[in-house]
Design a protein around this ligand. Structure first.
Ligand code: PRX
Length: 708
């Protein structure tokens, strides 16, 4: 073991004969932590399998340390090497990265490769087809909700569909910089539309197809999109969802609010054509506005395959993706072309140790950032073959995931802890029916993974031979920021381990002071990496206030983290008013706003409570107006209301009657106390700041009547 430490030390110092020349103590601490990794924790570490290490991009820990050191000490050279993989219509005139992270010194900004001109779509499609000879290579194996529905799409076919779609959008009046909202299930046309936007310089705004018409309306209005792309309908499990009807409701609502920016709606005949269920959901039963709506297949049939890419500035926006904000209003996170390309490319390549013959499968929905970065852009930038799955893990049977892994011989598999916990409940039997021997690397994302789920994933799914990469990141970070590298990092179940290249994390205490060594506090980043968000769409002030005001000089993640004695990072969860339900962020404020729309409710407060499968679930306290009874009917109405206003992911698990809420004398709700009541933790500590401490007793006494 000591040899290993010595070799790590050697690796570090050989890279720079003078050892650490930089005065920056945090970098030094970080690196010292890294070289300390191996000796102290022998018992609990899971080491990379030697066969994976043989041809890995980052084959051992000392390589990781060396590359990490280079990425921080010489980011210019580090990112330049990555940029050299891609096509640039014009080279950069500025440095690889410029930034200001300190609000006290002026506007916050990040710029990558200023002056360069390129096109994302060209780099992820044309480059492979024209220069890489990958025209015949499979880009996606599409697997429908039902196992009977599947298709294969090559890079060449995709390029042709994307160009035709780009021309349709252009004919509809979409120009560089215009926004296009996309409300689609997990079908190939979703990827085509994103890339068609990227090709013509339009900014896509994908809205998860599980969101309600209100949520879609809010996102369309904020982005002021001119075109909406949607589908007639989709089956999710056994449930048929009429997406066009929801879309029409959203557009109607935006009209009522005096803001109808959408002039054209392009509709994919998914149910009626591909699923051949014409009778249940066909053109006649799909609400239609012949002035505004066009069927995709008709529009595409006479659209040309020739479409010259729009050459964009490196810092032009690529997309907007909305994420919950603590005020309740979602934030339009903006990512830009060049930095996002470099970062999703490199993280995908290193974190999944991508090789040409891999079959990679990420089970996320493209409506979330995981799908954007690790179904669309990262894999395509690498020329990878991926599975694109429309369905859910338990339809038509609980072995569906394992069946798909066997069917396509998946080598790299990326899913969420909530899915793992769900599938764990069914035991080993569903897995034993399938051959999972193709698997080499497993990944998780979205929320902290509990060690029990980690070990089940590692031992039962990965048969103790596949490293588990627990990737911590956010919509805002664009790509992985804390993550193991599969052939390099000794793993600890439940830890996202170490920073990715170019990422400098640190932990701050309440006073904004950096804490060294073993410590817990606010997880922040000291400087940007190419893929970090650039702004909140049309609201730069909100961007600065949300992420940079609390601790000037740092990007504040909103998560807590602990660093252990070996330097490993452990995410402890959100430390703001956000909840993480099944890996999806929700703000307490948005759920509270939905609840208080009910005429019975005078006040609502929402907190999280641990949940065996979802990680966290919603526990809602509602104070009813005098004349109302807290009964089953009201509870059912409240649940429906939240589903309608936000979407099924926000459905409350518990609703409790709260004759009053615990408040400070200044009227602030004490959520800490509500969280403890929801969790039935009796030891409440100091209650002296409460205006009326008796409220707590009442809430405990009502707890057993909380409606699940
Ligand atoms: O709280 C962290 C949690 O998910 C949040 C980001 O959510 P979102 O922007 O929707 O993106 C999710 C997919 C990247 C984070 O602030 N989170 C994400 N990954 C992890 C995690 N918490 C712990 N461990 C992770 N691996």
């Amino acid at each position: 073991m000591l040899n290993c430490v010595a070799s790590l030390q050697e690796a570090l110092f050989s890279l720079h004969p003078a050892g650490f020349t930089r005065k920056d103590s945090t970098l030094k601490t970080q690196l010292v932590c890294l070289i300390m990794v191996v000796p102290e924790s022998q018992g609990e570490l899971y080491h990379p399998p030697p066969d994976l290490q043989r041809d890995a991009h980052v084959p051992d820990f000392s390589s990781y340390v060396g590359m990490y050191k280079k990425s921080l000490e010489n980011p210019e050279a580090f990112w330049k090497e990555v940029a050299d993989e891609f096509f640039w219509k014009k080279p950069a005139t500025g440095p690889m990265l410029q930034y200001n992270f300190d609000v006290t010194k002026g506007n916050i900004f990040v710029k990558c490769m200023e002056g360069a001109k390129t096109n994302m779509c060209y780099n992820v499609l044309d480059r492979h087809v024209r220069e890489g000879n990958l025209g015949e290579k499979v880009a996606y194996y599409w697997e429908g909700n039902s196992p009977e529905h599947h298709t294969t799409i090559t890079y060449g076919q995709m390029l042709s569909s994307v160009c035709r779609c780009a021309n349709v959008l252009k004919r509809m009046g979409v120009r560089k910089g215009d926004r296009v909202s996309i409300y689609l299930p997990m079908i190939p046309e979703l990827v085509y539309t994103m890339l068609a936007c990227a090709r013509i310089g339009a900014v896509h705004s994908v809205v998860f197809a599980g969101f309600s018409s209100d949520s879609l309306c809010e996102r369309i209005m904020d982005a002021q999109s001119s075109v909406l792309v949607t589908a007639d309908g989709v089956y999710r499990g056994d449930k048929l969802i009429n997406l066009k009807q929801i879309s029409d409701e959203a557009l109607e609502k935006s009209r009522e609010k005096g803001s109808s920016s959408i002039s054209k709606c392009l509709v994919i005949k998914h149910q009626a054509l591909r699923m051949k269920t014409g009778a249940s959901c066909n053109k006649l039963q799909t609400p239609w506005d012949s002035e505004r709506d066009e069927w995709w297949d008709e529009a595409m049939s006479d659209s040309s395959e020739d479409c010259e890419p729009e050459w964009l500035d490196a810092e032009d926006p690529l997309f907007i993706l909305y994420t919950s904000g603590s005020t309740g209003k979602p934030k339009g996170v903006v990512h830009t072309v060049a930095g996002y390309l470099l970062y999703t490319f490199l993280t995908f390549k290193c974190v999944f140790d991508y090789h040409h013959d891999d079959v990679y499968w990420c089970t996320a929905d493209i409506g979330w950032i995981t799908g954007h970065s690790y179904i669309t852009y990262g894999p395509l930038a690498n020329g990878a073959t991926s599975v694109l799955f429309e369905g859910i893990p338990v339809h038509p049977h609980v072995g569906r995931f394992w069946e798909i892994i066997e069917k396509y011989k998946v080598t790299k598999f990326y899913t969420a802890p909530t899915a793992i916990r769900l599938l764990m409940k069914y035991g080993q039997e569903p897995l034993q029916k399938y051959d999972l021997s193709s698997l080499r690397i497993l990944g998780t994302v979205g929320e902290p993974i509990n060690p029990e789920a980690w070990l089940w994933y590692y031992k039962t799914v990965g048969q103790s031979r596949c490293p588990v990469v627990d990737t911590f990141w956010q919509t805002e970070t664009g790509g992985h920021v804390l993550t193991p590298l599969p052939a390099a990092t000794p793993l600890k179940p439940g830890s996202a381990t170490f920073p990715f290249f170019g990422v400098e994390p640190t932990i701050l205490n309440e006073h904004g002071e950096e804490v060294e060594g073993e410590a817990e506090g606010y997880l922040v980043f000291r400087k940007p990496w190419p893929g970090i968000m650039r702004t909140v769409y049309e609201n730069h002030e909100r961007f600065e206030n949300t992420y940079f005001k609390k601790f000037p000089g740092f990007y504040v993640t909103g998560d807590g983290a602990r660093r252990d004695k070996d330097g490993y990072f452990w995410i402890t969860g959100r430390i703001d008013d956000m909840l993480n339900v099944s890996g999806h962020l929700l703000s307490t404020a948005e759920v509270e706003a939905a609840l208080t729309l009910h005429s019975a409710v005078s006040e609502a407060a929402v907190v999280s409570r641990p949940h065996q499968v979802k990680g966290e679930c919603l526990y809602c306290f509602v104070t009813l107006k005098d004349s109302w009874e807290f009964d089953k009917k009201t509870v059912a109405e409240l649940k429906t209301l939240v589903r309608e206003k936000i979407g099924p992911i926000a459905t409350p698990d518990f609703i409790q009657n709260a004759p009053a809420l615990p408040k400070t004398r200044s009227g602030k709700i004490m959520r800490r106390i509500l969280r403890q009541i929801a969790r039935n933790e009796k030891d409440l500590g100091d209650l002296s700041t409460l205006a009326d401490p008796k409220v707590v007793e009442v809430l405990f006494s009502q707890r057993s009547k909380a409606a699940a």
